[in-house]
Design a binder for this molecule. Sequence first.
Ligand SMILES: Cc1ncc(C[n+]2csc(CCOP(=O)(O)OP(=O)(O)O)c2C)c(N)n1
Ligand SMILES: [Mg+2]
Length: 536
Amino acid sequence: MSQSTAEVVADSLARAGVRSIFAYPGDPIIELMERSRRRGIDVVLARREGSAAFMAEASAMATGLPGVCLSTLGPGSTALVNGVAAANTDRVPMIALSGQIETSREQYFTHQVIDHKLLYSSITKWAGRIESSAVGTTMRKALSLAQAERPGAVHLTIAGDVSKAPATDTTFVPPPAMAALSTIGVVRAPGAPDPSQLLAKAKRPVVLTGIGATRAGATDALVRFADEIAVPVVVSPMAKGVFPEEHPMFAGVLDMACNQLLWQLLEESDLIIAAGFDAVELIKPWRIAAPVLHIDALQHTDQIYASDVECLGDVGAVLDALRESWTGQPRWPTKDVAAHRTRLKNAYYRGRVEGHLNPTDVVDVVRAAMPRDAIATTDVGSHKLLVGQGWRTHAPRGLLMTNGLSSMGFGVPAAIAAKLAFPSQPVVALVGDGGFAMAATEIRLAAARGLPIVFVVFVDGSLNRIELKQMAQEYPSTATRIEDIDLVGLATAMDCDGVRAESTAELEKALIEVESLRRPLVVEARIDPSQYESQF
Ligand SMILES: Cc1ncc(C[n+]2csc(CCOP(=O)(O)OP(=O)(O)O)c2C)c(N)n1
Ligand SMILES: [Mg+2]
């Protein structure tokens, strides 16, 4: 029996391990939604396409599998943009699909017709279209491209008439997964030493690791490397948890709160071992004089830092090989790294106002209330800088954030996607009041699905991260003050529980029963933002 084109799309996604599609409907995608449903895929209705795309992104961040979002033509496809760009910039595998008007009218008709290839080309690895005569191959190409290093987004257009047409290319074969690369390639500039010599010469090397190490599952290799050579490990924000934060060589998170101390550590080192570090997370230009030993699946073609020696392959395998060839003495006395960590801790708590609910108090109280294996998400703003540094993350993929595109509105939908992916794991979202306002209606979806997620909102009445920059220039707060919402009332109206906390004690009390929630809980944490002011 012949399969329709939409059936082949749904079948390909299911066979690639996709269990959920985050969607917002429209006429041309009804067929694809129905075929996905019949194929056993959960078609999840977000409240808007923008959040559907963030859900798909977070689902991929949490699981490592491609995240899938689906929109209709025209306004649906334009509303999807931010989350697709985020997946691409955050290096997360995504298949974004949009419907389109039927093929016979696409070239001349104007109502709701957007050229998806033009729209999506600059924010994806590829913007293609599905044809009945090439659907199986196209799906293999899309899934291969989205997942291959560096992962990112692929956008596919499927016209309404094409969905129902019988497919003549039905042979979808899942592409090979990015398993450990089996050999190590070394690329050297003329006259540059080999990687082992470079490492041997260094007296104060520092490892800077990132999302490439998370994708490679390099945690154990990083630990072996840090143990044997005694090297501090700095972690990028999106890779939090890839190196154990309780390890004596853990040296903190780059480009979050206390940034100066992290850069100082790097500046004082004489070799940066960039192990799966992706410069997309850097906020400021690279200004370290020490050489960089680049270790990744791909060369550092961005040239954000200059590396004359590059080891290409599986990040963990390269680290193991370097360690095995190492004959030197351990490099860093543990007490030096401990002293750095103490400075970091002191700087992190700087500006606390005794007796008030400070942002770091919220991080501490929520962390203590949530089980160790909780998955956290965060949004974008001043709160993220503290969460990124201070939220104790015990496993890779344990804190989901966007730090490539850094788009607000991510934290709430991301938490929903994480909980759908891992129903038995506790999930908490740590978001600002601005970012929460962008995505708040999604909590109704969490309620409808019976997802006991904790949404903690840092309420400061401000788009603080930007307001602080206005203050620094002595400008008035234009368009950066945000009106209060009664979040307890909002939660109730959305079939969630809500609680307000104005002190540490109230917050502790609000979270006492966090392990036996039956539905989502919105916590209105009314913070004193003056700690942000003294830190940023
Ligand atoms: C979609 C989007 N719009 C604007 C920005 C710029 N921006 C970065 S942080 C921020 C303020 C965030 O406010 P809030 O969510 O309340 O967090 P806070 O800084 O107060 O902790 C803004 C407007 C952004 N990153 N993303
Ligand atoms: Mg705020």
